[in-house]
Design a protein around this ligand. Sequence first.
Ligand SMILES: [Cu+2]
Length: 400
Amino acid sequence: MANKRRSTIAAVVGVVGVLFLGWLLIRNIGLPEGRPLTTLSPQGEKAQDIQNLIIPVFIVAGLVFIIIEVGIIWMVARFRRNKDDKDGVNEPEQVHGNTPLEIGWTIVPALLLAVLAVFNVQTIVAMDDHSADAVQVKVIGQQWWWEYRYDLDNDGKDDIITATEAAIPVGRDAVFSIQSNDVIHSFWIPALNGKKDAMPGRTHQLVLQANKAGIYQGQCTEFCGLSHGVMRMQVKALPPAEYQAWLKQMTSVPAQPLTADAKAGQELFIGQCARCHQVNGLLPTSKAPFTYSTMPIQNYGKVSQTALASRNAPNLTKFMTRDYFIGGLYPLYLDNKEYKGDGKAEVMPKGVPNVNMIRSWLRNPAEIKPMNPDNNQGMPNLGLTEQQIDQLTAYLLTLK
Ligand SMILES: [Cu+2]
């Protein structure tokens, strides 16, 4: 008896719990800061299209579920074996097959699915629609971070190369052409659209559009090795004027380092870091004062613009304009006014630079994020001294 009561209590708690979780989901409790990866809080046209499909499908599926479940429970209760039932006495007539019924329950779901398929295909086709003035962004999946490239004048040369955080203008379509440099990744900003795989040797398009300014969070969703779980990304939607300001800032010549520390850091950067990282216009062979050019992109070492070599590393030209770094794992500024659903976004993030995390990263990258630099995956421990770390950090802080 106690057992029976316990299982009844467990069943009731389970059902109430599921209903409560469902209610939280439907009411979007704790959004968007609390659950930035929810798929049920569309913030743009494409995500809304998906939502408009999901809700009716869910209702139809829910109705079918309820009808079937109620039927099962009713039959179990109505036709259950009673204590004083005897084998072979008053048993229901044993039947097999009921053709009209079977044809019926084959045709009805088939019709239901056919109707849903019409809406499904319609939505899939609509996902690819974009306006003629759409912003074009190349996306390259890397182990374990995302690179973005913008060719602003369509001359085949990329004018902006950045990592982790892409910017798009609010209200305008942005076509993300997604590639991979190594293995299969998957690009996913749930508030703005569904997922799209990054396949080596292929380019897949994903159209993103945001109704409101803000930073939208994402996460790689195709298992891609060691640090897959922390391979994040952000899309920053800026009001049109701020987007123009962002483009200007991203294509401007970075300020020369002024302090002795930053200058020393720049020397160190050329010696130690430029073989993997690029800072546009910083010529690795030149002597101080370095020549900055407005030439689109300079390539150093193994980083080539067209053929993406392995051992590719984030372009750090405008490192400090970003809100996040290390594959979106840590904020680059503390007390940053990042997206709080208030529709405000800043071109330059505000707050105190996260100097401690930059320093920790330079001291021992693998402690911050699992990587495999011996296999060209991630950043090696360069055995820097504390003074070198100070100088490099001072230099990195000038990159905006
Ligand atoms: Cu990945």
